[in-house]
Design a protein around this ligand. Structure first.
Ligand code: HEC
Length: 396
């Protein structure tokens, strides 16, 4: 072999190995702006320790009482989580809701970003690949979806959108920054904490192939009389196409810059608020800053990364909340799941909870072991400990 051919061959082998490792180990990318790419004011932390929603001094924090030190490391971790952490909501959004399996695809999203030539935008416009009707609205081939996603100058992915590759699959997830950060229309730099006033969250979810899994954020009850049913043994399930259409119709009505954060079977979107809360307590926008650590901020974050990111979490409360037994609820969510791995086949006669939990159980076991290891260190909470936990949850 000639030296040149040998070099090409080795480069190719290295490339194939790199791709195989990436696919096996997994990889996630989201944009976190450098301080010079942000135009918001940055100030020093107003507290040194926080103990179950009270600012305390170093003196009061002594003695292993669980106070959390608000040091540079904690703040850096918080900033990173704000821009980049999805807690794996890409699995629900991509494998179950199928946001990239409908007319919104990684190819046309990438094309739209490349067309910006690094210039950034406050509204990523993505080409409609073929004429589609979603929620009763027709989108003609060659026209554009107004996603409202912001792309900062020089970024290769939209703000608040995490792209990941694992198990040979590309997925998209979202982070806080999708709704709570925006791009300045003139400089295309990031304004952190300010709401994305034109994010088209309703449309983005409606474009998924199984938006039905998000029904509880709308006023559509899957077992309502106007939705045709199919009986599978003990389970009576809605016709997938009819339910999908009804949920899409409701989602597409969501005004831009709004999002329906509540799982209350009501179509009641709220305007994305600023996410600054310091000094507002207890008068938060949503009035729910009463309970839990950090003046309720922890519960707020949990709402985002639990109920809003994965409706499967509602399975155990579905009877009370939606008057649906757990198995029916899971079957509704999974019978049209985008990825076969999570799809429930009603004719199998198996319990839907078996399909749904197989993956989750593996992960929970691992987390339980690690939580136990961490609890041995309780009382000395620090940014590092939060960091460890964040990384653990990421793998579940
Ligand atoms: C899909 C859009 C979206 C995402 C993503 C999102 N939020 Fe929100 N956020 C909202 C909406 C809408 C509200 C208002 C909810 C309500 O009042 O019902 C809200 C409310 C809040 C508030 C309350 C503000 C106040 O003054 O009361 C805080 C704080 C907040 N979010 C922080 C976060 C954090 C931290 C994350 C990431 C972990 C996050 N949000 C992710 C849309 C979003």
């Amino acid at each position: 072999m000639r030296p040149f051919a040998l070099v090409i061959f080795l480069v190719l082998v290295a490339f194939v190995i790199a791709i195989a490792i990436t696919a096996a180990v997994g990889f996630r990318y989201a944009y976190e702006p450098s301080p010079s790419n942000v135009i918001s004011r940055i100030r020093a932390t107003p507290e040194t320790y926080n103990l179950w929603n009270r600012s305390v001094t170093q003196e009061e924090a002594k003695g292993g009482n669980g106070a959390v030190r608000i040091d540079e490391e904690t703040l850096r971790l918080g900033r990173e989580a704000f821009y980049k952490e999805t807690f794996n909501n890409e699995i629900f959004l991509s494998d179950i809701v199928g946001i990239l399996d409908g007319p919104l695809r990684i190819t046309n999203v990438t094309k739209a970003i490349l067309a910006l030539k690094g210039g950034g935008t406050t509204n990523l416009r993505v080409e409609v690949p073929e004429t589609v009707v979603v929620g009763g609205r027709k989108f003609e081939k060659g026209s554009y979806f107004d996603t409202g996603l912001d792309v900062p100058r020089g970024a290769i992915v939209p703000l608040g959108m995490a792209i990941s590759i694992s198990g040979w699959k590309i997925r998209a997830g979202i982070t806080c920054a999708a709704c709570h950060a925006t791009v300045d229309p003139e400089t295309k730099k990031v304004i952190e904490g300010a709401p994305n006033g034109d994010l088209n969250a309703g449309l983005l979810i409606a474009l998924g192939t199984n938006s039905a899994a998000y029904f509880m954020h709308t006023d559509v009850h899957p077992l309502a009389a106007n939705i045709p049913k199919v009986v599978h043994g003990k389970l009576t399930l809605p016709n997938t196409a009819a339910l999908e259409e009804a949920v899409d119709e409701a989602l597409i009505m969501c005004p831009r810059g709004n999002f329906d954060s509540l799982t209350d079977l009501k179509a009641d979107p709220t305007q994305n608020p600023v996410s600054f809360t310091w000094g507002n307590h207890p008068y938060g926008w949503s009035g729910n800053f009463m309970a839990g650590p950090f003046r309720g901020l922890s519960s707020q974050n949990n709402n985002v990364h639990a109920l809003n990111s994965d409706s499967l979490l509602l399975a155990d409360s579905s009877q009370t909340l939606f008057d649906m037994d757990k198995e029916t609820f899971l079957a509704v969510l999974l019978q049209n799941a985008a990825d076969k791995k999570y799809r429930y086949d009603p004719s199998s006669g198996k319990k839907p909870s078996k399909t749904a939990r197989k993956e989750a159980i593996k992960c929970r076991r691992l987390l339980a072991i690690l939580e136990r290891a961490l609890s041995a260190r309780r009382g000395r909470s620090s940014g590092k400990e939060y960091g460890i936990r964040t990384r653990l949850t990421r793998n579940c």
